[in-house]
Structure formats: C-alpha cells, structure tokens
Write a protein that binds this ligand. Structure first.
Ligand SMILES: [Zn+2]
Length: 338
C-alpha cells in the first residue's frame, strides 16, 4: 500500500512536471510562430540507430544507471508501423519504464550437445542462450532477449512468480547426474571453457539490464521441489570471486554464526518445531518459495538441498547441519529482502 501510494504520488509529480514544462515552451513559441507541432525536446545527443535486415538497432547502450533503470539496451527496437502514419520515437521518450529482464537463470540441459540443440529449438522448451561444450568461442542465441523463452516453468523467488515473464535463461550443455548403487546423485563436471563462456555472458547481460546479484540464480533455486540444475558442480563461488557475479557469503559472518551455537545445542534444536519454523522462515526470507510447516517436510528438504547445491556444494543432502544454517543466516544478513 505504501509503495502504491508512493508510486501514485510520484506519478502525480511526474505528470505535473511534464505538463508544466511544455506549456512554458509552447507559450513562448506561439509568440514567434503558430506551429502546433510539438517541438522536439532538447537534450543530450542520442546514439545513432542502424538498420539490418529491416530491424533497427541502437548502436550503443543508452541506459542511464544514475537516474533509473530506464531506456533501451542496445539491441532491436520494436516499433509499430501503422499504415499511413509515422511513429516518432525521438520527441517524448518517457523515464517511466524499466526492463522486463529482472532475473538471470542458469540451467544444465541434461542432454548431450546434439540433443540439447534439437530439444531447445524444436520442442516446447527453450532458453535465450545455449552454451555448448565444444571448446570454441561461440554461444548460441535461440530466443531474442526481449521475448519470453520457456525455461523456468512453475517458479518463484521472493515476491515474483512464473519467472519466464521476467528472466533470461541460459542453458549449459551438461549431461546432469546419474544415480549410484547407494542412490546418491553423481553430477557430471562442467568444462573450463563453458565456465568462462557463462561468466562472460552473465556479466554482459547483468550489466546491460542491471540485474542485481540476488536475481542471478539456479533453476533449482526458483523451482527447488522440481529441479536440481545446474547442480553442485556449478562454481558459484568462483563466479563471485573472479567475476563479481551473483551472491556469496562473507567468511567472517559464516564463522560468527557457526560459533553462536554448540553442535550439541544445535542437534537438540533440530526436533524443536519453533526452530524448524525459524529455518523455514529464513529460507523464505532469502527468496525460496517455501511454505513454513514446522516439520522437515519434503519441500523443506528439497529447498535445503537446492540451497546447498548453490552455497554449500560439498555436502548437499537436504539435511540442515550447523554449517548450512550459518551460511543461510550470513546470506540473509548480507542480502536482506527490500
Ligand atoms: Zn533447468
């Protein structure tokens, strides 16, 4: 409610500002001329637009990060072409706009190279980008960034749901996991060349759309009861350390939360309904779409496992241990929900 009042207030302010300025200009100009055509706003020079195959492109990124996350990233400019009329896009660009692309979701295909290409292009699933495992310098684009691709499915993070609407999906060719005799999942490694490609691609996309670290996520983060990808072998810590991509906890905070409880006290807490609620609320606060139940139910275990795949990959069994709990608290402290 507070937010919507703020938005209404801001809209009223913007509208009143917008309606005053042209009046002054118009009254001044009517002394000199009777022209009624709006005068193009003076302002900074706009980047040039080029055209290829009938599609127009801005040749550079004109987003102004100091004011808001508005305007258009470089890329195609889709404009109506109504028969007999001219659409003018230079007079009144509005500041009241933002990017649709709020999230970056990483996946593995669970298929080999050839099958990954055929499934993601010929069936009812897709992604914006596909990172192959051929060791070359190519990254395949399958879907325009301004369009939805079908990669997230039923999904949620913090207050957002159905993230196909607001995300860019990156698939990485990787065969996923096999299950050993003891029922343990054995995940396939990623190739070094793939990690470098993913890092460069994520960095480029996150910068252009100003996607915050809290919104660069695994498929398993946004659909923990259904998905495991890209799994515990995906090097989130390395991406954070070497490329400043995504979230990671600070070691002193992990240490501090680790020493808050003794292992004996922690084991006692695991059967305490109030404590289980507290853990579930912490997972929910961090971003996971989880309904607190007060029991270690299936959804909670799968959510804990998704959390471990991302932030504590050495042991990812879906069971809360003292280190997982310390890391979760450290992350909640570092990345509070707004
Ligand atoms: Zn996936």
């Amino acid at each position: 409610m507070r937010n919507s009042l703020y938005i209404i207030g801001l809209s009223a302010l913007l509208f009143s500002c917008a309606s005053q300025k042209p009046v002054k200009k118009t009254s001044r100009s009517t002394h000199k001329t009777t022209a009624t055509k709006p005068v193009p706003k003076p302002g900074p020079a706009k980047p040039s637009i080029s055209s290829a195959s009938g599609v127009e492109f801005y040749t550079q990124n004109i987003a102004d990060a100091t004011k808001n996350d508005n305007t258009i990233s470089y890329g195609s400019i889709v404009t109506a072409k109504p028969a007999g009329y001219k659409v003018v896009k230079t007079y009144f660009p509005s500041i009241a706009q933002n990017f649709r692309q709020k999230y970056l979701i990483l996946h593995y295909t669970a298929l080999d190279e050839a099958k990954s290409v055929s499934v993601l292009t010929q069936q009812a699933v897709s992604a914006h980008y596909l990172v192959n495992d051929l060791g070359d310098n190519e990254i395949y684009q399958l879907v325009d960034e301004n369009k939805r691709s079908y990669h997230a499915g039923i999904s949620g993070w913090r207050n957002d749901r159905m993230l196909n609407d607001t995300s860019i999906g990156i698939e990485i060719v990787n065969i996923g996991y096999t299950v050993d005799a003891a029922g343990k999942r054995i995940f396939a490694p990623f190739k070094e060349a793939q990690i470098k490609k993913v890092a460069a691609l994520v960095k480029d996309i996150a910068q252009r759309y100003m996607i915050p670290p809290t919104n660069i996520l695994a498929h398993s983060d946004i659909a923990p009861t259904r998905k495991q990808d890209p799994g515990p072998n995906f090097p989130w810590k390395r991406l954070y350390d070497e490329y400043q991509i995504g979230m990671w906890y600070d070691e002193p905070a992990r240490q501090m939360f680790l020493t808050e409880t003794t292992p004996e006290d922690f084991t006692m807490k695991l059967t305490d309904t109030t404590f289980i609620f507290k853990v579930q609320m912490a997972l929910q606060k961090f971003g996971y779409d989880l309904q607190p139940s007060g029991t270690w139910d299936d959804a909670t275990q799968k959510t804990l496992q998704a959390f471990q795949y991302h932030f504590r990959p050495q042991v990812s069994d879906g069971i809360l241990d003292i280190e997982t709990w310390a890391i979760l608290q450290a992350l909640n402290q570092k990345y509070p929900a707004k």
